[in-house]
Design a protein around this ligand. Structure first.
Ligand code: SF4
Ligand code: FES
Length: 248
């Protein structure tokens, strides 16, 4: 395939940035999207040009670092996959592909397609830890009965990889889907009950302090989330927050 790429180039956080056109040829439909960018970067380096900076690590849909906005969609046109799992067979010969970084005040651009998502780390940090009694009375986790539906929902919430696609696809740049997944994975389990009040209050307060917008139930986050995190988690977090407000 021969493609035209329109890529956001920005030298640093204070640079204005602009879209730059690149032509790329002989792209195999079996390449992943990131492999296609690797080929482009090899060509740029061979010409003595600066390669395009983009984030990636596992390339297996686990780490959440490959945050690219492709043709106006977080992680591109496929569903339930990250950019590293997106394949070029989703595009056709002659296509023009727009590639941009996440756009959100709380995710400032560091360079080209790389944004600073440390605000997510600070939210998780604010959530703290769970207490486990290790005084000799520790109960084996396998012997704590947990309703199957709750165990499944907690597990589903825990599959959030913190990629930030939910924020990038939300018109309000809201982080509610991410934060609610992180709240839910503990709120549904007995081990998460001890610090439940502080956890939800602290995480929501930190989310607001980081400058994320509010949720207006648009649902774009759920559509673009590569892990299929459900909006039900936001409803659960709102209930947890309300309960905590009464207690607090
Ligand atoms: S909720 Fe989905 S889109 Fe948001 S950070 Fe988690 S995995 Fe990414
Ligand atoms: S590179 Fe890790 S999820 Fe894509």
């Amino acid at each position: 395939m021969n493609l035209t790429l329109k890529i956001w180039r920005q030298k640093g956080a204070n640079d204005k940035g602009k879209m730059v056109d690149y032509q790329i040829s002989d792209v195999s439909p079996d390449m992943s999207f990131l492999e296609m960018l690797d080929v482009l970067n090899t060509q740029l380096i061979e010409k003595g040009d600066e390669p395009v900076a983009f984030d990636h690590d596992c390339r297996e849909g686990i780490c959440g670092s490959c945050s690219l906005y492709i043709n106006g969609e977080a992680h591109g046109p496929d569903r339930l996959v990250t950019t590293c799992q997106l394949h070029m067979r989703k595009f056709k010969d002659g296509d023009t592909i727009y590639i941009e970084p996440w756009r959100a005040k709380a995710f400032p651009v560091i360079k080209d397609l790389i944004v600073d998502r440390s605000s997510f780390d600070r939210i998780q940090h604010a959530g703290g830890f769970i207490s486990v009694n290790t005084s000799g009375n520790t109960q084996d986790a396998n012997s704590i009965p947990i309703e199957k539906a709750n165990a499944d929902a907690a597990f589903d919430a825990a599959t959030c990889i913190g990629c930030g696609a939910c924020v990038a696809s939300c018109k309000n740049s809201s982080a509610m889907l991410f934060v609610s997944a992180k709240v839910s994975q503990f709120a549904l389990l007995p081990q998460g009950q001890v610090e439940a009040t502080d956890r939800v209050m602290n995480m929501v307060n930190q989310m607001d302090a980081e400058g994320f917008g509010n949720c207006t139930n648009t649902g774009a986050c759920e559509v673009e989330c590569p892990k299929g995190i459900s909006l039900e988690n936001i409803a659960r977090m709102n209930r947890e927050y309300l309960k905590a407000s009464f207690k607090g």
